[in-house]
Design a protein around this ligand. Structure first.
Ligand code: NDP
Ligand code: 2IT
Length: 450
């Protein structure tokens, strides 16, 4: 006989999760953010308790860890650790980026893979979730060293991916150059030309707007949030952190829609440009940071911008904030300062850049807050469109893809409105997590116990 179901409690669930996954603080943090809003929803829908959906969803399908050996320019042998966490393929092939950064470890990749499950679900495209990468630091490496590393990494990874199995893309430290080296090696090993990676060069199956998509999509999401509050983006002063792929294409779109981007940052400090960065200056920074992986201090020197070494931009007064560098960039103290300085809305371009305690500060102060799984979903959405174009063996035009991106971001915003209503306000964290959860959970239920 089936016993009476008791409701789930957050404390007990988290205790079990931490016990099963010791010493993985970023993973615990990402799960807690979801569990806080999803457990009350699950308790209203006991079918999810009975089938232990949240326990199943927080356990990756599989985790691959492998050695990556390569030879540096001095002919020394280097050894790195490579990973692919295939988190969930309930609604499509595993899909998600690769991160090359010395801080990469299992906790970070599990947090990113878990977040990807909800994000990919929100896009409404058929994509499961994965994340991977290596503790390899591309900074200061020569082109040939990067190529040798990418080829060695792909030699192992190629055994586990495929256009209908798992489709990696870029993330921190992995841009067009790295994707091209990895795609070249994949094609050579498999002797096939398929869309197994996204973010490829336009000459070999890449999609227009993919490189811009995360940043553009984040701005589109911010526009939706402001519109829903009878406000608009034009003329707003914006803090952007980071100066990589996401930050710089968010900046490009912000300039195009008439906002002023007054800060950018990298891991060494931030620049402050009181009148806002212009398109010509931005192109210089894109060349410096995205294509040459240089230092932002060089741009500050070149344009005589105010430069603040070893500092984050959050103390600068502004209307809107776009954290686009990395996880845990905004803590409670910084959130307090931003609120005091008049910030009205935050849209995360990075994954989990805001600590949960800081998110609560923003929400309690009435600051509109969009979690990355909603506001940075544009990148993986256009990756999904790249997969479709590759399967169809055709390429769509720029305007068509931009329209689809806008429409996907608008639809994600609608999902947040639908599931995020909280005492007359919209809780975007609740909306994104419940909507993302429901689709994957229902697919898992339909499969039975697998
Ligand atoms: P890039 O490698 O292009 O740029 C990363 C930027 O963040 C650089 O300015 C880098 O500075 C800074 N940064 C990275 N790590 C740190 C750190 N530990 N401390 C301070 N600054 C840091 O990466 P992306 O722009 O692609 O990714 C940025 C964020 O957006 C990540 O959270 C990523 O997961 C997320 N994201 C990316 C998507 C994509 O399509 N690329 C899609 C959705 C989310 P420096 O140059 O000094 O290292
Ligand atoms: O975090 C992310 O969504 C990404 N790094 C992009 C993933 C993808 O497959 O395009």
């Amino acid at each position: 006989m089936m016993s009476e179901l008791s409701p789930m409690t957050l404390e007990k669930f988290m205790e079990g999760l931490v016990k099963r996954n010791p010493k993985e603080p970023e993973f615990h943090q990402a799960v807690l953010e979801v569990a806080e809003v999803v457990i009350p929803y699950i308790n209203l829908h006991p079918k999810y308790i009975r089938s232990r959906i949240l326990e199943r969803m927080t356990e990756p399908d599989r985790t691959l860890i492998f050695r990556v050996c390569w030879e540096d320019d001095e002919h020394h042998i280097q050894v790195n650790r490579g990973y692919r966490v295939q988190f969930n393929n309930a609604i499509g092939p595993y899909k998600g980026g690769l991160r090359f950064h010395p801080s990469v470890n299992l906790s970070i990749l599990k947090f990113l893979g878990f977040e990807q499950t909800f994000k990919n679900s929100l896009t409404q495209l058929p994509m499961g979730a994965a994340k991977g990468g290596a503790n390899f630091d591309p900074k200061g490496k020569s082109e040939w060293e990067i190529m040798r590393f990418c080829q060695s990494f792909m030699t192992e990874l190629s055994k586990h991916i495929g256009e209908d199995i798992d489709v990696p893309a870029g993330d921190i430290g992995v841009g067009a150059r790295e994707i091209s080296f990895m795609f070249g090696q994949y094609k050579r090993l498999k002797n096939e030309f398929t869309g197994t990676l996204t973010g490829k060069g336009l000459e070999f199956g890449g999609s227009l707007i993919r490189k811009e998509a995360t940043g553009y999509g984040c701005v589109y999401f911010m526009e939706e949030m402001l519109k829903n509050n009878n406000d608009s983006i034009k003329g707003k002063r914006c803090l952007v952190s980071g100066s990589g792929n996401v930050a710089l294409y968010a900046t490009e779109k912000l300039i195009a829609v008439g906002a002023k981007v007054v800060t950018l940052s990298d891991s060494s400090g931030f620049i402050y440009v009181p009148d806002g960065i212009d398109q010509e200056q931005l192109e210089f920074v894109i060349e410096l940071k995205v294509f040459r992986r240089g230092r932002l201090a060089k741009a500050a020197e070149h344009f005589k911008w105010e430069y603040h070494p070893d500092k984050k931009p959050w103390g600068v007064p502004a209307d809107l904030a776009f954290p686009c560098a990395t996880q845990n960039e905004i803590d409670v103290g910084q959130a307090d300062l931003m609120i005091k300085n008049g910030i009205r809305a935050v849209a995360e371009g990075a994954n989990m850049p805001t600590l949960s305690t800081a998110i609560k500060k923003f929400q309690n102060a009435g600051v509109l807050f969009a979690p990355g799984k909603a506001s940075n979903a544009g990148g993986v959405a256009v990756s999904g469109l790249e997969m479709t174009q590759n399967s169809l063996r055709m390429a769509w035009g720029k305007d068509d893809i931009d329209l689809m991106l806008r429409s996907i971001m608008g639809d994600i915003h609608q999902q947040c409105l639908r599931y995020g209503e909280e005492a007359g306000n919209i809780d975007y964290v609740k909306g994104a997590n419940i909507s993302g959860f429901k689709k994957v959970a229902d697919a898992m239920l339909a499969y039975g116990v697998v």
